[in-house]
Design a protein around this ligand. Structure first.
Ligand SMILES: Cc1ncc(COP(=O)(O)O)c(C=O)c1O
Length: 530
C-alpha cells in the first residue's frame, strides 16, 4: 500500500464518505490517531510470535485419526510477532470511547461510573476463580452473597421475591412476562387474555418481549405531559388484557404521576402490572415499586448498581416478583437449609410451577458481586443520594439549556433531560447533524430519535457520576452548538461533522442496505499465503 493513501477506504467497505477528506499525511495517521489496518492486512506469511514444535510425524501403521480431513494448505492466519499483536490490540482499545474517558450522556442507558472497588472485590480469588460446577459445599460464601444481594433488591423494591438468573433487562422482561403468562395459565385465562398494553414511549424490548411470547401488543398514547394517557389506558383495559408493560420513571425522563391510578385500573381489569425497571437509578432509595402496585419488575444491575454494561455480554437483570407471581419464578433458587445454603433446581424442592431454567447455572456471579459491592459501599443513604444526584444533574442540564434548546415537556425531569428538535427548526441542521457535531467537541452523542413520541428527540442522561465542572463544560459545548446552529450560517459545517474523527460520516443508507460484514482476502494476500 502506498504511503499517504487514504486507508480508510478499505475499512468502510467502499462506502463513500459524505464529507471532504482531511489533509493526507505520509502514514495515513492523523497525529497520534493511528490508522489501523485489519490484523489480516498486517504481517508476513510465515512470521510467528511463538515457537511451536513441529507436529510429530505420522507413525507407520497408525490410522489417520482425522479420517482424511487433515488440512492440506495454509489457512491464511496473519503472520505477526508478539509486539505487533500487542500494539495492534492496544491501538484498537484506544479507539473506544468509554465511561472512563468522559461524559457519556446516552439517555435510557444510565452510563454511570463503575467504582473500582467493585472490580477489586470481583477479582478476589474466592470469587473470581469460582467454577459453576464446583460442589455446593465449596461455594457456600458465593450462595450467601447471591442471597444477600437478593435481600437488598427485595428491600429496595418492596417486593417479596426475586429471580436472580436473567442475564439482562430484556431477558428479565422475558422472565417476568413468562411468569405472568404462567399465572394466567394457572387461572385458565391465558387463551382469553391475549393483549399486552405498552405506552407509545416504551423501549423496543417491551413490545418485542410481549410479541415473542405470543401476545398482541396495543400501544397506549402519551398525554401532553409526556405521561400515560389514563383515560386511553382505561378505555383499552378489559377481559382480553393480560398486562401492561410500563417504565417508571418513563423513557421521557418523567415520573408517572398517576401511577397508583394506573396500577389500580390494571388490577381492577384482572391484568398484571409489569414495570420496566431500567430507570430505577432515578428513584432507588426514594420509591419502592412494590408500594406502587407493581407485580414484577426487572432491574438492570448495569444501570442502577453500576456493573459494567455488557455490550450484549455478561449482564444481569434480576426480576422482583409479587407473592402471587413468585411461584412461577425460574430455577434456580438459593435456599437455606439450617446453616447450609443449597440450590433448588427441581420441582421437589419448591412450591408452585417454576418456569424451568432461563439460563445456565445460577446467574452472573461477577455482576452479582459488583452490584453487592456497590450497594454495600454506598449504604442505604448513599444509594438514595446517588438517585437524587442523578436527578439533580439532569435537571441542571435541562435548566441551563432550556433557553437555547427546547425541552420536550414542561416542568422538572427525573434522571434524563429530553429535548425535541424544534430549536433546530429552519436552521438546516437535524438532530443527527447536531449529534455528529458533538463528536467534534469530544463528546459521545446523547440518545437520538428516542423516545419516538418526541420529534427529533435528544435524550441526555448525565447520571450522578460527573463533577459539576465537567458537566458545565459539556453544557457549554451544547450551548455553543445550539447557538451556532441557530445562527443560520453553520448548516454546512454541521452537515460535514464529525470533522476531526478518524472516520467521517458514512453513507448510512448504503451501510444499512449493503453492509460489508465479512473481510475477504485480497489477491495479494492469497498469493502470499500460497
Ligand atoms: C427502558 C429500557 N427497558 C429495557 C432495556 C433493556 O435492557 P438491557 O439492555 O439490559 O437488555 C433498556 C436498555 O437500555 C431500557 O432503556
Amino acid at each position: 500500500m502506498a504511503p499517504s493513501q487514504d486507508r480508510s477506504q478499505g475499512r468502510t467497505g467502499g462506502i463513500a464518505s459524505v464529507a471532504a477528506p482531511a489533509p493526507a499525511t505520509f502514514t495515513g495517521n492523523k497525529a497520534l490517531q493511528i490508522e489501523e489496518p485489519l490484523i489480516f492486512e498486517m504481517g508476513q506469511p510465515g512470521r510467528c510470535g511463538v515457537d511451536l514444535p513441529e507436529p510429530p510425524p505420522k507413525s507407520p501403521g497408525v490410522k489417520d485419526r482425522l479420517n482424511g480431513l487433515r488440512r492440506s494448505g495454509e489457512i491464511g492466519l496473519p503472520g505477526l510477532s508478539e509486539p505487533q499483536v500487542v500494539q495492534h490490540y492496544t491501538r484498537l482499545s484506544q479507539k473506544n470511547y468509554a465511561i472512563d474517558m468522559g461524559v457519556y450522556p446516552l439517555g435510557s442507558c444510565t452510563m454511570k461510573h463503575n467504582p473500582r472497588i467493585n472490580e477489586k472485590i470481583a477479582r478476589l480469588p474466592g470469587i473470581g476463580d469460582l467454577h459453576p460446577l464446583q460442589p455446593i459445599s465449596t461455594v457456600q460464601g458465593a450462595l450467601a452473597l447471591i442471597d444477600a444481594l437478593a435481600h437488598w433488591l427485595k428491600t429496595l423494591t418492596g417486593m417479596p421475591a426475586v429471580a436472580m438468573s436473567p442475564a439482562a433487562g430484556a431477558h428479565g422482561e422475558m422472565c417476568g412476562m413468562m411468569a405472568i403468562a404462567a399465572a394466567l395459565e394457572a387461572k385458565g385465562q391465558r387463551a382469553a387474555r391475549k393483549i399486552v398494553l405498552a405506552p407509545e414511549s416504551a423501549h423496543g424490548t417491551n413490545p418485542a418481549t410481549a410479541a415473542a411470547l405470543g401476545f398482541t401488543v396495543k400501544p397506549i398514547p402519551a398525554n401532553e405531559r409526556g405521561r400515560v394517557d389514563l383515560a386511553a389506558l382505561k378505555a383499552a383495559l378489559g377481559p382480553e388484557v393480560a398486562a401492561i408493560m410500563l417504565t417508571n420513571p418513563n423513557t421521557c425522563g418523567l415520573f408517572e404521576t398517576e401511577i397508583i391510578e394506573i396500577s389500580k385500573a390494571v388490577h381492577d381489569a384482572g391484568a398484571y402490572f409489569y414495570c420496566d425497571g431500567a430507570n430505577f437509578n432515578a428513584i432507588v432509595g426514594r420509591v419502592r415499586p412494590g408500594d406502587l402496585g407493581v407485580d414484577c419488575m426487572h432491574i438492570n444491575l448495569h444501570k442502577t448498581f453500576s456493573t459494567p454494561h455488557g455490550g450484549g455480554g455478561p449482564g444481569a437483570g434480576p426480576v422482583v416478583l409479587s407473592a402471587a407471581l413468585a411461584p412461577y419464578a425460574p430455577y434456580p433458587w438459593i435456599v437455606k437449609d439450617g446453616e447450609t445454603w443449597t440450590v433448588a433446581e427441581d420441582g421437589a424442592k419448591v412450591d408452585g410451577q417454576p418456569l424451568g431454567r432461563l439460563k445456565a447455572f445460577h446467574g452472573q456471579m461477577g455482576m452479582f458481586t459488583r452490584a453487592l459491592a456497590y450497594i454495600m459501599s454506598h449504604g442505604a443513604d448513599g444509594l438514595k443520594q446517588a438517585a437524587e444526584d442523578a436527578v439533580l444533574s439532569a435537571n441542571y442540564v435541562m435548566a441551563v439549556l432550556k433557553d437555547v434548546m427546547t425541552p420536550a415537556f414542561e416542568g422538572p425531569c427525573m434522571h434524563e433531560a429530553l429535548f425535541d428538535d424544534s430549536f433546530l427548526k429552519d436552521t438546516g441542521v437535524s438532530t443527527l447533524d447536531f449529534a455528529k457535531a458533538m463528536i467534534d467537541e469530544g463528546y459521545h452523542p446523547m440518545t437520538m430519535y428516542f423516545p419516538l413520541v418526541v420529534h427529533g428527540a435528544l435524550l441526555i442522561e448525565p447520571t450522578e457520576s460527573q463533577a459539576k465542572e465537567d458537566l458545565d463544560l459539556f453544557i457549554g459545548a451544547l450551548r455553543s452548538l445550539a447557538e451556532r446552529a441557530k445562527s443560520g450560517t453553520a448548516a454546512e459545517e454541521f452537515k460535514a461533522a464529525p470533522r476531526f474523527s478518524p472516520r467521517r460520516r458514512l453513507d448510512e443508507t448504503l451501510a444499512a442496505r449493503k453492509p460489508v460484514l465479512r473481510w475477504r482476502p485480497s489477491n495479494s494476500f492469497k498469493q502470499a499465503a500460497e
